[in-house]
Write a protein that binds this ligand. Structure first.
Ligand code: MG
Length: 206
Protein backbone atom coordinates (compact mmCIF):
# COMPACT_ATOMS: atom_id res chain seq x y z
CA UNK A 1 0.00 0.00 0.00
CA UNK A 2 1.57 3.35 -1.04
CA UNK A 3 1.71 6.43 1.18
CA UNK A 4 -1.21 8.67 0.20
CA UNK A 5 -2.36 12.15 1.17
CA UNK A 6 -4.96 10.77 3.59
CA UNK A 7 -2.50 8.37 5.21
CA UNK A 8 -0.03 11.22 5.67
CA UNK A 9 -2.75 13.32 7.32
CA UNK A 10 -3.51 10.39 9.62
CA UNK A 11 0.23 10.12 10.42
CA UNK A 12 0.45 13.80 11.39
CA UNK A 13 -2.75 13.58 13.49
CA UNK A 14 -1.38 10.57 15.33
CA UNK A 15 1.97 12.32 15.86
CA UNK A 16 0.18 15.39 17.26
CA UNK A 17 -1.75 13.02 19.55
CA UNK A 18 1.47 11.44 20.84
CA UNK A 19 3.01 14.87 21.44
CA UNK A 20 -0.03 15.81 23.55
CA UNK A 21 -0.08 12.48 25.39
CA UNK A 22 3.66 12.46 26.09
CA UNK A 23 4.10 16.18 26.69
CA UNK A 24 4.96 15.72 30.38
CA UNK A 25 7.40 12.88 29.62
CA UNK A 26 9.24 15.02 27.06
CA UNK A 27 9.27 17.99 29.45
CA UNK A 28 10.78 15.77 32.18
CA UNK A 29 13.47 14.44 29.83
CA UNK A 30 14.34 17.95 28.66
CA UNK A 31 14.29 19.32 32.21
CA UNK A 32 17.00 16.80 33.16
CA UNK A 33 19.47 17.85 30.44
CA UNK A 34 18.03 20.94 28.73
CA UNK A 35 15.61 23.78 29.36
CA UNK A 36 12.48 21.69 29.82
CA UNK A 37 10.52 23.06 26.89
CA UNK A 38 10.58 20.15 24.41
CA UNK A 39 7.20 18.62 25.28
CA UNK A 40 5.46 21.97 25.49
CA UNK A 41 7.04 23.12 22.22
CA UNK A 42 6.18 19.97 20.27
CA UNK A 43 2.64 19.90 21.62
CA UNK A 44 2.07 23.56 20.73
CA UNK A 45 3.68 23.16 17.30
CA UNK A 46 1.72 20.07 16.32
CA UNK A 47 -1.54 21.59 17.62
CA UNK A 48 -0.84 24.54 15.33
CA UNK A 49 0.01 22.15 12.49
CA UNK A 50 -3.35 20.38 12.83
CA UNK A 51 -5.15 23.75 12.71
CA UNK A 52 -3.34 24.59 9.48
CA UNK A 53 -4.08 21.17 7.98
CA UNK A 54 -7.76 21.57 8.85
CA UNK A 55 -7.84 25.08 7.43
CA UNK A 56 -6.91 24.21 3.85
CA UNK A 57 -6.88 21.17 1.60
CA UNK A 58 -3.52 19.65 0.70
CA UNK A 59 -3.15 17.96 -2.67
CA UNK A 60 -0.63 15.27 -1.77
CA UNK A 61 1.68 13.91 0.97
CA UNK A 62 4.37 16.48 0.18
CA UNK A 63 1.93 19.36 0.65
CA UNK A 64 0.79 17.91 4.01
CA UNK A 65 4.38 17.74 5.27
CA UNK A 66 5.20 21.25 4.02
CA UNK A 67 2.15 22.64 5.84
CA UNK A 68 3.34 20.98 9.06
CA UNK A 69 6.85 22.37 8.49
CA UNK A 70 5.58 25.94 8.14
CA UNK A 71 3.41 25.64 11.25
CA UNK A 72 6.33 24.31 13.32
CA UNK A 73 8.78 26.95 12.12
CA UNK A 74 6.34 29.78 12.86
CA UNK A 75 5.13 28.53 16.25
CA UNK A 76 8.04 26.71 17.93
CA UNK A 77 11.17 28.40 19.23
CA UNK A 78 14.34 26.78 20.49
CA UNK A 79 15.92 23.99 18.49
CA UNK A 80 12.89 21.77 17.91
CA UNK A 81 10.94 24.12 15.60
CA UNK A 82 13.74 24.71 13.10
CA UNK A 83 14.92 21.08 13.20
CA UNK A 84 11.52 19.41 12.79
CA UNK A 85 10.56 22.21 10.39
CA UNK A 86 13.60 21.38 8.26
CA UNK A 87 12.83 17.66 8.42
CA UNK A 88 9.26 18.06 7.18
CA UNK A 89 10.18 20.74 4.63
CA UNK A 90 12.86 18.54 3.07
CA UNK A 91 10.61 15.48 3.11
CA UNK A 92 7.77 17.49 1.60
CA UNK A 93 10.03 18.83 -1.13
CA UNK A 94 11.30 15.35 -1.95
CA UNK A 95 7.70 14.16 -2.41
CA UNK A 96 6.47 17.17 -4.40
CA UNK A 97 3.75 16.16 -6.85
CA UNK A 98 3.68 12.50 -5.75
CA UNK A 99 0.23 11.20 -4.88
CA UNK A 100 1.12 7.54 -4.21
CA UNK A 101 4.51 7.19 -2.58
CA UNK A 102 6.24 3.81 -2.64
CA UNK A 103 8.94 2.56 -0.27
CA UNK A 104 11.99 3.77 -2.27
CA UNK A 105 10.53 7.27 -2.58
CA UNK A 106 9.42 7.35 1.04
CA UNK A 107 12.87 6.22 2.22
CA UNK A 108 14.53 8.77 -0.07
CA UNK A 109 12.35 11.54 1.40
CA UNK A 110 13.43 10.50 4.91
CA UNK A 111 17.07 10.55 3.79
CA UNK A 112 16.60 14.13 2.49
CA UNK A 113 14.98 15.06 5.78
CA UNK A 114 17.79 13.55 7.82
CA UNK A 115 20.38 15.36 5.68
CA UNK A 116 18.50 18.61 6.28
CA UNK A 117 18.40 18.05 10.04
CA UNK A 118 22.12 17.28 10.10
CA UNK A 119 22.98 20.30 7.94
CA UNK A 120 20.93 22.52 10.25
CA UNK A 121 22.00 21.09 13.61
CA UNK A 122 25.50 19.89 12.69
CA UNK A 123 24.88 16.70 14.68
CA UNK A 124 26.43 13.32 13.91
CA UNK A 125 25.28 9.94 15.21
CA UNK A 126 26.50 9.56 18.79
CA UNK A 127 26.06 13.25 19.69
CA UNK A 128 22.92 12.42 21.75
CA UNK A 129 20.31 14.09 19.55
CA UNK A 130 17.30 13.21 17.39
CA UNK A 131 19.82 12.06 14.76
CA UNK A 132 20.54 8.99 16.92
CA UNK A 133 16.97 7.74 16.54
CA UNK A 134 16.51 8.93 12.97
CA UNK A 135 19.67 7.55 11.36
CA UNK A 136 19.11 3.83 12.09
CA UNK A 137 15.41 4.17 11.29
CA UNK A 138 16.09 5.72 7.90
CA UNK A 139 18.68 3.01 7.20
CA UNK A 140 16.06 0.39 8.10
CA UNK A 141 13.64 1.88 5.57
CA UNK A 142 16.35 1.98 2.92
CA UNK A 143 17.21 -1.65 3.52
CA UNK A 144 13.63 -2.95 3.50
CA UNK A 145 11.94 -4.88 0.71
CA UNK A 146 8.43 -3.51 1.27
CA UNK A 147 6.83 -0.54 3.00
CA UNK A 148 5.11 -2.46 5.81
CA UNK A 149 8.16 -4.38 6.98
CA UNK A 150 10.30 -1.26 6.45
CA UNK A 151 8.07 0.76 8.76
CA UNK A 152 8.11 -1.96 11.43
CA UNK A 153 11.92 -2.22 11.20
CA UNK A 154 12.20 1.58 11.34
CA UNK A 155 10.19 1.80 14.59
CA UNK A 156 12.34 -0.84 16.21
CA UNK A 157 15.54 0.87 15.01
CA UNK A 158 14.31 4.27 16.22
CA UNK A 159 13.45 2.83 19.63
CA UNK A 160 16.87 1.21 19.96
CA UNK A 161 18.56 4.41 18.81
CA UNK A 162 16.52 6.43 21.33
CA UNK A 163 17.44 4.10 24.20
CA UNK A 164 21.09 4.10 23.13
CA UNK A 165 21.26 7.88 23.78
CA UNK A 166 21.00 7.30 27.56
CA UNK A 167 24.69 6.53 28.29
CA UNK A 168 26.00 9.12 25.81
CA UNK A 169 27.62 12.43 26.68
CA UNK A 170 25.86 15.17 24.71
CA UNK A 171 27.98 16.93 22.11
CA UNK A 172 25.27 19.11 20.54
CA UNK A 173 22.49 21.31 21.83
CA UNK A 174 21.90 22.69 25.30
CA UNK A 175 22.63 19.30 26.90
CA UNK A 176 26.24 19.57 25.71
CA UNK A 177 26.81 22.36 28.29
CA UNK A 178 26.40 19.70 30.99
CA UNK A 179 29.28 17.57 29.72
CA UNK A 180 29.57 14.35 31.77
CA UNK A 181 26.39 15.20 33.67
CA UNK A 182 24.37 14.65 30.51
CA UNK A 183 25.05 10.91 30.90
CA UNK A 184 22.33 8.53 32.14
CA UNK A 185 19.50 10.54 30.61
CA UNK A 186 17.56 9.65 27.47
CA UNK A 187 17.61 12.40 24.87
CA UNK A 188 14.26 14.23 24.48
CA UNK A 189 14.72 14.89 20.75
CA UNK A 190 15.49 11.24 20.05
CA UNK A 191 12.36 10.39 22.04
CA UNK A 192 10.03 12.62 20.00
CA UNK A 193 11.64 11.21 16.84
CA UNK A 194 10.82 7.69 18.04
CA UNK A 195 7.16 8.75 18.35
CA UNK A 196 7.30 10.09 14.80
CA UNK A 197 8.34 6.66 13.49
CA UNK A 198 5.89 4.86 15.80
CA UNK A 199 3.00 6.88 14.37
CA UNK A 200 4.32 6.43 10.81
CA UNK A 201 4.06 2.68 11.25
CA UNK A 202 0.56 2.98 12.75
CA UNK A 203 -0.72 5.25 9.97
CA UNK A 204 1.17 4.10 6.89
CA UNK A 205 1.52 0.33 7.27
CA UNK A 206 -1.23 -1.62 5.57
MG1 MG B 1 14.65 22.49 25.17
Amino acid sequence: MPVTRDATLDWMKRFAGEMAEHRAELVALDTAIGDGDHGTNMNRGMTKALEKLDGAEQADPGAVLKTVAMALVSSVGGAAGPLYGTLFLQMGGALAGETEVDLPRYAAAWRKGLEGVQARGKAQPGDKTMVDAMTPAVEALEGASDLDSGLQAAVQAAEEGMKATTPLIARKGRASYLGERSKDHQDPGATSTYYLFKTAAEALAG
